[in-house]
Write a new protein. Structure first.
Length: 153
């Protein structure tokens, strides 16, 4: 049985954050130690931390420092991709994930947000990360203003 799950979306505003919070609540009702990891976060001002990470770590009392819960900022990934350093990106993400995995019974991994610079490459990166971590993924899509055919087609 897998010790982690990767939450990924196909587009912005699909409800990924609320699903992640609900899954975290469910997981904590079934196992005592659940870690949280966002491989890539939005760029944040110096001295600030990612809002998703802050919310999950503080609300659920996860025993982690905010800097342990992510591998890269979005601009760092864009810079490395421009230098064709995909292997370095994936290697560092795997290292950070494995460190968290050793400390917790289960890890909830939340994919990127599809916002701002670099959004065009996010789906590929999320798929690459989930594949290399070897964990199952839950793929979310928003049904807002879409027909059934658009959702399943």
């Amino acid at each position: 049985m897998s010790k982690a799950i990767y939450i990924v979306t196909t587009e912005p505003n699909s409800g990924k954050s609320i699903i992640s919070l609900g899954l975290m609540q469910l997981l904590l009702s079934r196992t005592a130690k659940v870690g949280y990891f966002r491989p890539i976060i939005d760029d944040v001002p110096k001295g600030k931390t990612d809002n998703h990470i802050d919310t999950v770590l503080s609300y659920f009392n996860v025993d982690m420092k905010p800097e342990e819960a992510f591998a890269y900022t979005r601009s760092q990934v864009v810079q490395l991709k421009n230098l064709d350093k995909d292997d370095e990106i994936v290697g560092h993400i795997i290292h950070k994930y494995k460190t968290i995995e050793k400390k917790f019974d289960f890890v909830l991994v939340e994919g990127t947000d599809f916002s701002g610079e670099g959004a065009i490459i996010e789906w590929d990166i999320n798929v690459l990360i989930a594949k290399n971590l070897g964990i199952p993924a839950v793929i979310l899509a928003s049904g807002k203003n879409k027909t059934l055919d658009e959702l399943v087609g």
